[in-house]
Design a binder for this molecule. Sequence first.
Ligand code: A2P
Length: 276
Amino acid sequence: MVTVPHLLLNNGVSIPQLGFGVFQVPQDQTQRVVEAALEAGYRHIDTAAAYGNEAGVGAAIEASGIPREEIFITTKLRNGEHGTAVEAFETNRRSLGVDTIDLYLIHWPVPSQGLFVDAWQAMEKIHADGRARTIGVSNFLADHLESLLAVATVVPAVNQIEVHPTFQQTALSTMTRAHGIAVEAYSPLGQGSDLKATTLTSLAQKHGSTPAQIVLAWHLGMGNVVIPKSTHPDRMRENLGAAAVSLDSDELDAVTALDRGSRLGADPATAAFSQM
Ligand code: A2P
C-alpha cells in the first residue's frame, strides 16, 4: 500500500497530506463510497454539514472497524450557523457519530453576513475544550484572513481553497503560508476538467502514471494538502497512488505554467449561499 506523507499543522497536529473529499457525493451513496476509500487506504476524509452526507461518513468509519484515531476527519460549519457555532458543532458531531473532530472549518466567510469573527471565537472555545483538535477556515480571501488574524487568539491551521492547475491562487496561497496556515486544495483535479493538457499527458507518460496522478503529485510537491474525490474505487486507488510519484522542480514548474485564473466554484467575496 502507498505511504501517504503527513504535514505538521501549526498546532503540532499531523494531517495526511492526501485525503478523500465527499463534496457532491449523495448521502445514499456516501457510506459505500467512503468504505471503498478507506479500503483503498485513505485515512483522511473531508466532509461538511452542507454536503448532507456526514452520517454516511460516520457509518462508513464505524463499519470499517478502523480505530477512530487512525482516521483524520474534517467537517465544516454552515453559512447560516455562524452565530450559533457551538450548537452547530454538536450537530456535526452527532451526525458523524464521533466525540472529536480533527479539523473544523468555517465553510465560507460570507462577508455580507459579517459574522465570521463571532464564529471563529466560538470555534476557539470548541478547540480549547478539546472537542475539535484543530480549527481552520475555508474560502477565505486575503482580506478575510487579515480581519480574522487581527482578533484571533488561535491562528487557523488551514485555509481550504479552490486550487488546481488552471486556477492556482498563488498570491493567496503565499499569503496563507506566510501566516503559518496550511493550504488545502479543493477541486484539486479541477473537478476532472484539468486533466487533458499536453503537459500532463506527457509527464504521465514519462512517469508511467496518469494525468490525475501528475496533478496530485504537483499539489503534494507544492506543499498543498489535497482532497480529490471519486466515486470509483479504481480512481480512488489511482489518486492515492500519486503519493508515489515525485516531480522535480522543472516538472513542478511545467504544471505551474498551466495557470489560467479560471475559477470553477463561487467567488468567496460575494458567495452567500444560505442553503450551505
Ligand atoms: P468520478 O467520481 O466519476 O470518478 P475534484 O476532486 O477536482 O473535484 O475532481 C473530481 C471529479 O474528477 C469527479 O467528477 C471524478 O469523477 C473525477 N475524477 C476523480 N479522479 C479521477 C481520475 N483519476 N481520472 C479522471 N477523473 C477523475
